[in-house]
Write a protein that binds this ligand. Structure first.
Ligand code: CP
Length: 307
């Protein structure tokens, strides 16, 4: 470490697996720090590299970890399933040790296996879950919380409705935890195959009817259909899904003037939402992506500073 600025956040985490790894007070401090970084305050500088190890595809998360690393003076090392020694049978643990030996001081890992990071022994550097199957995507929730806050909305007391493929969504689980930890009320809506009985309760949320929720919610988070995690039989067709559950231009008219729309991306235009929604002034979709860089920088700064 060589920088001038000390992180004001004390997140004593060697490994961030899920939103509930934070105390609410850490989350508040981290959001405040993310806002400072978003607004251009310098970040603490470190030596070494951030490694991104992604066993699944990504545009936003992988690039934003790399951009966030640049804010901290870190180089970037990148490993994907394709084109790496993962194809030759190298394990995640050995891949991380290799990257550590190449100069990585922190790593972000995305895997299709829920809980993969929890099972790993210590690899000599902090690890961040960048999405583990259907289970958690904590840095997406950090980005979403900051996007809402920067748009001027109090999270405490807000009503967040998450719509769509809840069953397969790590984003829904992390958002439900993160928003609830800061005092929001979480509502869920989706087809019975993708929001089966008991799931809303298990996530500490309330199930609501789609159009009632659209009229009343402060924040509407639309989820991508995770077709890569679905076997056959969840949905009659994508067209039927759009008709029954999509945030179409017609349904957009139900939203309050001061409502805000979120989507973690990537969006399937014409399936879970129409292009009009992305262009609507109430959409925070592009702001969420920019906030992802600031929050990942704030998180990595705190994790590295705490070592
Ligand atoms: N939201 C999200 O995780 O996007 P990517 O898959 O593009 O990283």
């Amino acid at each position: 470490m060589q920088g001038r600025v000390k992180s004001p956040v004390r997140v004593r985490l060697d490994r961030l697996v899920k939103m509930r790894d934070f105390e609410p007070v850490d989350l508040e401090r981290l959001l405040a720090r993310g806002q400072e970084i978003f607004e251009g305050q310098p970040a603490q500088q470190f030596q070494g590299a951030v490694a991104t190890v992604f066993y699944e595809n990504s545009t936003r998360t992988r690039n934003s970890f790399q951009q966030a690393g640049r804010r901290l003076g870190l180089d970037a090392l990148q490993v994907g399933r394709e084109g790496s020694s993962i194809q030759k049978g190298e394990t995640l643990e050995d891949t991380l040790h290799t990257l550590r030996a190449l100069g990585a001081v922190i790593a972000a890992v995305r895997t299709p296996e829920p809980g993969a990071l929890e099972e790993l022994p210590d690899v000599g550097m902090p690890l961040v879950n960048a999405g583990d199957g259907w289970r958690q995507h904590p840095t997406q929730a950090l980005a979403d919380l900051l996007a809402v806050r920067l748009a001027g909305r109090e999270i405490a007391g807000a009503r967040l409705m998450i719509v769509g493929d809840i069953l397969h969504s790590r984003v829904a689980r992390s958002a439900a935890d993160g928003f609830a930890m800061l005092g929001a009320e979480v509502w869920l809506a989706g087809p019975p195959t993708l929001l089966p009985p008991g799931l809303a309760q298990a996530l500490g949320a309330r199930q609501v009817a789609l159009e009632d929720g659209l009229r009343a919610a402060d924040l509407i988070m639309v989820l991508r259909l995770q077709q890569e995690r679905m076997e056959r039989g969840y949905l009659p067709s994508l067209g039927e899904y759009r008709r029954e559950w999509g945030l179409t231009a017609e349904r957009l008219a139900l939203l309050r003037e001061d409502a805000m729309v979120l989507h973690p991306g990537p969006q399937n235009r014409g399936v879970e939402l129409d292009a009009d929604v992305i262009r609507d002034p109430r959409s925070l979709i592009h702001r969420q992506i920019a906030c992802g860089v600031a929050m990942r920088a704030a998180l990595m700064e705190a994790m590295l500073d705490a070592r």
